[in-house]
Design a binder for this molecule. Structure first.
Ligand code: SER
Length: 315
């Protein structure tokens, strides 16, 4: 059967690259991209629709028009922006998900992908090698909405048989499209500033370790999960997944191996520090390894080299 795919929220950091990967895999016209706004650099190789995921009627029209077999829902408000607009973050992250799950049931969608996050963990979760199952007491609205979303995904699977699949993404590092409103965004900004100004002012402290993943790995992992046989996908809330864990100081050190003049300074009391302090330092993703063969390919050195090379070549 030929797949017909809709990506909702395709203009963001992950959506931009997922669209390229899915179009390469399934064919340009088999993948409909959609977002609340027109893309800044439109990819005219396939169809695009403007859509607000909170507009149920418009979503109906979209599903009727394209009859998707797979839906990827990436529209969300991230952690730092969510703390500025908690009500809107909850509304978008939860009601957007419910709208897509309901319509996916109604239109017989075969598979739904929805991303969760390391933000589902909280101050009482184990910090090092945080396991799949542990105390989860997120205290950002973003983390709370992702944890509730995980429970809802599992519920739609067990109660209605909907094939929902999910990954708890750590911070995602990439050069094609900018991240927006997250706590892990420093790990992308730092590369741009290193090349532009040889220096970066970091909003997290030198020794704040967070789990991270290079975009190439994130896309490969997402496609691997979506390709896995249904009965191999034992977790229907969301899979722990990681690439590498590092601190701003470790990343700065790695960058200075390529850009020797590079310096870093740190600002204190940024609100994102308090968020980062409640998140895991590193993640145990044994279940993803066992169930569908997860293995990251990029470490801190190769991420740094690839980021700097691509950003230089695309300036
Ligand atoms: N990258 C996200 C954020 O920082 C975590 O899921 O909000």
């Amino acid at each position: 059967m030929e797949e017909q795919i809709i990506i909702i929220g395709s203009n963001g950091q992950i959506g931009t690259e997922l669209a390229i990967a899915l179009r390469a895999k399934f064919g340009q016209h088999r993948v409909v991209t959609s977002d609340i706004r027109e893309p800044q650099m439109p990819d005219t190789s396939g169809p695009f629709e403007t859509i607000d995921v909170l507009d149920r009627k418009a979503l109906h029209v979209l599903f009727t028009k394209y009859r998707p077999t797979q839906v990827y829902l990436l529209a969300a408000m991230l952690s730092a922006t969510g703390e500025k607009y908690p009500r809107q973050a909850w509304d978008l992250n939860i009601n957007g998900l419910l709208n897509v799950l309901d319509l996916s049931l109604k239109y017989g969608v075969n598979k739904v992908f929805w991303p969760s996050s390391i933000a589902v963990f909280g101050p009482h979760s184990p910090k090092a090698n945080t396991p799949q199952y542990s105390v989860m007491d997120p205290n950002t609205v973003y983390g709370i909405s992702k944890l509730a979303g995980e429970r809802i995904c599992e519920y739609y699977h067990s109660r209605y048989g909907l094939d929902v699949r999910s990954i708890r993404y750590p911070g995602i590092i990439s050069w094609k499209a900018a991240p927006g409103g997250g706590t892990t965004d420093y790990a992308v900004h730092i590369f741009h500033e290193a090349l532009k100004n040889n220096t970066y002012t970091c909003f997290l402290s030198a020794n704040t370790a967070l789990p991270m993943l290079y975009m190439d790995d994130a896309i490969r992992g997402t496609l691997a999960l979506m390709d896995a046989p249904t009965d191999a996908v034992n977790i229907r809330s969301s899979y722990n997944l990681t690439g590498v864990s590092f601190t701003p100081a470790m990343l700065a050190n790695e960058i200075s191996k390529v850009v020797p003049e590079f310096t870093i300074t740190y600002v204190e009391n940024d609100p994102r520090q308090a968020i980062a302090d409640t998140w895991p330092n590193s993640i145990d993703d044994t279940e993803a390894q066992q169930d569908w063969g997860w293995k990251p390919q990029f470490d801190l050195t190769s991420i740094t080299e690839d980021m700097l090379t691509n950003l230089k070549n695309n300036r």
